[in-house]
Design a protein around this ligand. Structure first.
Ligand code: ADP
Length: 593
């Protein structure tokens, strides 16, 4: 129990009150008893004095003062009290003093009881007797002259020490009773206040444990009486706090998971534009050091565009989001969007979201390039067709052979356009297909053989031969029939197209356990290292202006790449081995699980 605590204060007040009440009772009761005792003795003494007075009056006349003194001595002795007779201040008789010694006594006229008796007929006084050396009650009564005794005052002295002793005993007893009462009250009040504060302590213990985060704690023993509604409210409050904290915790967890797992980089800044937190995606974009927190965005990212954005918000924190696009060193483009929010203290903070828009920009650019390339691919033959047709109309050649030559050129260009458009449609289809393609096991051997068979007549025309090197079996891979045939067709078609007459085309396959790698190798001019990836781009042709009637628009390998990607595989040019003379295209497809 601490000094100054609620319990201590209640106890101190209770004890002080109790002491005050007991003190008042003590002093009041003892003074009442004292007064009663004195009054009782006074009454008894008075009646005794009256009796003495009556006896004096009734006595035959005393011979002289000695006679009277001796009578007083005898009577005082039998009464057990001191009787004194004073006339004009002189002690005429005193039962406790020999007649011969009376002359030694001092004048008694100034004694308070004597003065009172002379004035009012009666007087009483309690004081210490010098003669007897103890407390005495003196009661005096005026007496007229009688039986030879002169007028004077008769006084009775009663020992007061018995009264004082009784009073002292009474005081002692009452004091003991009060001490016992106070002690019992002390113990009882301690027990009671302990009980009371135990309940209060259990409330504060619950509040403390909730403060520590133990939201499931409750007051198990609900105290009765006045505390019951309070305890029930506290329990209800704890339950509602637990529920709210669980919701907050869940939401925090969700936000944390979103924050950690989202693809976009997120950076939160405090009211002064200093970094508070960031997520792994942002770390991946800018390689943020752990010490980034508390620093400004420019110190960490070295991008003034981001700092400008933040500064503009700090200078004018109006509503609405703002954004900026920045190009990163690794060729990625990021759009930074800034939003502001107010925290619980009313401080306006900033959240920056970094959205990687590289793919979007790339596809935008791809679309633009595609349209430009497609127009270019179609315009060249179209211009040619238009030119020849106008010539045929305006200035038809006289020679029918020449006219036929013109028309053959027109037809060749029209065929080229037809093939370009077919290729474009095939590419578009393969790009579309990728989104909803259902892969199934297909035979690599069957499709490879069909493609070789289809192109053998054309190859034979130029004495080109095929060599096939494949493992045993069906060579099953995950894919789709039309697509796989298209890839083999395209690669073998190119090989034939670029092979010198009499050349040899090697078609091979290799099983590496999980996948099969198919390769088509020719003895043509090959492809330089710098162009080995470019040849897979749409509309890329080594000599792009050539129109050879083959419909070559630089889309064949782009379509192959798209189809192989759709099948979950990869395609590449690999024609740089020592024994390779021409081009060698390979692609890998997974075997069924
Ligand atoms: P196309 O449909 O015009 O043949 P491709 O996409 O199939 O276009 O090929 C792109 C370019 O790659 C061709 O223009 C050609 O220059 C080059 N190429 C493709 N295959 C071979 C090969 N086997 N040998 C040499 N060059 C090739």
């Amino acid at each position: 129990m601490r000094l100054g605590s609620f319990q201590m204060r209640i106890l101190l007040w209770t004890w002080a009150l109790l002491l005050a009440v007991l003190g008042v009772i003590f002093f009041y009761s003892t003074s009442v008893v004292e007064k009663e005792l004195v009054a009782d003795i006074e009454i008894r003494s008075k009646s005794e004095i009256e009796s003495i007075k009556w006896l004096i009056r009734d006595h035959a006349a005393f011979a002289d003062e000695r006679d009277f003194s001796e009578w007083v001595d005898a009577f005082g002795y039998s009464l057990g009290s001191r009787i004194t007779y004073i006339a004009d201040g002189r002690v005429v008789a005193d039962s406790d003093v020999q007649f011969g010694d009376l002359g030694d006594l001092d004048d008694h006229s100034a004694r308070p009881e004597v003065v009172a008796a002379l004035e009012h007929g009666w007087g009483a006084n309690v004081r210490r007797s010098d003669t007897l050396g103890k407390d005495m009650l003196y009661v005096a009564s005026k007496m007229e002259a009688a039986s030879g005794v002169p007028e004077g005052v008769i006084r009775l002295a009663v020992s007061f020490s018995t009264v004082s002793e009784r009073l002292a005993l009474l005081r002692r007893n009452i004091l003991w009773i009060f001490v016992a009462t106070f002690g019992a009250a002390l113990v009882l009040s301690l027990i009671m206040s302990n009980n009371m504060t135990r309940e209060i302590r259990s409330f504060s213990a619950l509040a403390e444990s909730i403060g520590r985060g133990e939201y499931s704690r409750r007051l198990r023993r609900v105290p009765g009486g006045e505390f019951k509604p309070l305890a029930e409210s506290v329990n209800a409050m704890a339950q509602s706090i637990e529920r709210s904290m669980r919701i907050v915790h869940d939401q925090k967890g969700q936000l944390q998971a979103i924050f950690q797992g989202m693809h976009e980089g997120v950076l939160t800044l405090d009211g002064e534009g200093r970094i508070e937190s960031f997520n792994p995606a942002l770390d991946e974009m800018f390689n943020m050091p752990e010490s980034s927190k508390g620093r400004t965005p420019i110190e960490v990212s070295r991008r003034f565009e981001i700092q400008d954005l933040v500064d503009s918000i700090l200078a004018d924190p109006g509503e609405g989001s703002r954004s900026v696009q920045i190009d990163l060193l690794d060729d990625r483009t990021v759009e930074v969007k800034a939003e502001t929010y107010q925290d619980q203290n009313g401080v306006r903070k900033i959240i920056l979201v970094f959205h990687d828009i590289t793919e979007m920009k790339r596809s935008e650019k791809g679309l633009r390039d595609f349209v430009a390339n497609a127009s270019h691919q179609l315009r060249t033959p179209l211009t040619s067709i238009k030119g020849y047709t106008e010539t045929l109309i305006d200035m038809p050649p006289a020679d029918p052979e020449a006219a036929r030559g013109f028309l053959e050129t027109v037809l060749k260009n029209a065929d080229h356009m037809d093939k370009v458009i077919s290729s474009m449609l095939a590419l578009a289809k393969s790009e579309q297909m990728g989104k909803r393609l259902e892969l199934k096991p297909v035979s690599g051997r069957e499709h490879l053989s069909r493609a070789v068979d289809d192109l053998t007549p054309w190859a034979s025309e130029r004495s080109i031969t095929f060599e096939t090197r494949t493992p045993e079996g069906e060579m099953m891979v995950m894919g789709e029939t039309d697509g796989l045939l298209h890839v083999f067709h395209n690669l073998i078609n190119n090989a034939v197209k670029y092979s010198p007459d009499g050349g040899r085309i090697t078609v091979s396959a290799e099983d590496d356990g999980e996948s099969i790698v198919f390769c088509v190798e020719d003895q043509g001019p090959g492809i330089s290292r710098e162009l080995s990836t470019k040849v897979f781009e749409r509309f890329y042709r080594v000599d792009e202006n050539t129109i050879d009637g083959s419909g070559s628009a630089g889309l064949g390998l782009a379509i192959c790449r798209r189809i192989v990607k759709n099948f979950g595989g990869e395609i590449w040019h690999d024609g740089y081995g020592e024994d390779i003379r021409g081009a060698r295209f390979c692609f890998r497809l997974d075997k069924p699980a």
